[in-house]
Design a protein around this ligand. Sequence first.
Ligand SMILES: Cc1ncc(COP(=O)(O)O)c(C=O)c1O
Length: 411
Amino acid sequence: MTAVDEETVRAFAVSRRAQAMPASPIRKLAPLAELAKARGTKVYHLNIGQPDIETPACMLDRLKLIEDKVLEYSPSTGTPAFLDSLRQYYVNRVGVPIETRQILATTGGSEAILFSFIACANEGDEVLVLEPFYANYRAFATMAGLNIVPVTSRGRDGFHLPPREVFEKALTPRTRIVIVCNPNNPTGTVYTRDELEMLAGFCRDHGLFLVSDEVYREFVYDGRKAVSALELKDADDFVIVVDSLSKRYSACGIRLGALVTRSGEVYDACLRMAQGRLSPPGLAQFIAVGAAGLGDEYTRAIVDEYQRRRDVLYEGLRTIPGVELAKPEGAFYCVPKLPVHDSEDFAVWLLTEFEHDGATVMIAPASGFYASDLGKSEIRIAYVLKEEDLRTSIELLRVALERYQRRDVAV
Ligand SMILES: Cc1ncc(COP(=O)(O)O)c(C=O)c1O
């Protein structure tokens, strides 16, 4: 037995990567919410992005058509029917010419992120991430052995991109990937074409891959259009788009997404990983092709619903003294700044000590969405609740902040 084996057997230590794996900042406080519920307190969840809108019947109805006697593996790339339906979606709805051999079906957008990280960087390399960022990027980077390097976006700028110089300063010889989420979770920012062209120029000049997470593509407000990185000029060699059916069709449990790239080399590398994990979920793909029957009116109705919720939330939060928030432009999240020093302490207090009319709210402290030590006064809110529940939640926040601040003074 070698020294290394001996040590492993003796210690039964999980790997460094496993130890470095962060707990989800969204679910971290869940046990406290359960205790509050056990005490009989109603908890309004502003912390998690699980849409409450029904999955379209044309997808669910496909379940009744399943006649298979054997639930077989599907092709590693995805089924021809699903890949073709996604190709048509890109051509007809996104307005981007894509071929099926440039699309790889994945187990949610999550697997597409992991594949792209592993395909585009070696262990110890760095990923530039605009912070605050979707917290699971850190988990995927950890799995791939990569280090997250933050580039900060500021609430006062509506969390839009900082100038290119800031990206240049964050660059090191180990930088391999820039990841951008557009429309953004957690900030709700929708980047302009100029911003994305700037980012693409930066990547092109330094030989970096641009991973564009577009899982909220449809969710844009006030007449905006989300620009896909696949539309950017001279970027085919280095752009990888992460896509998902989770939010688009309110079908998070389907666990189906896609990696889309015009780079043959990246596609082939990801295909080998896809072959290694055999296949994406077959039943999910069978259900997903039902979405081809949905017209623009489906998207419009959902976007209108979320825009109304955004308005309720934004107008409500603005009237709470000390709360600062730029109007969210897309997705269904926002990062308001609260008049508190430690939003995690406030979030815990909400679940352990606060109650108003038998209810409280659960929020996600924003520090878990930062790699730097910023964000201590910020929270992330997901507005996936009905308008009436949102109004109640805002009222609860108002009362809670008043009481929490008085408590601070009393201490
Ligand atoms: C920004 C972002 N990217 C990717 C994902 C993963 O999506 P999926 O459910 O397709 O794995 C999510 C899920 O919430 C997300 O918010």
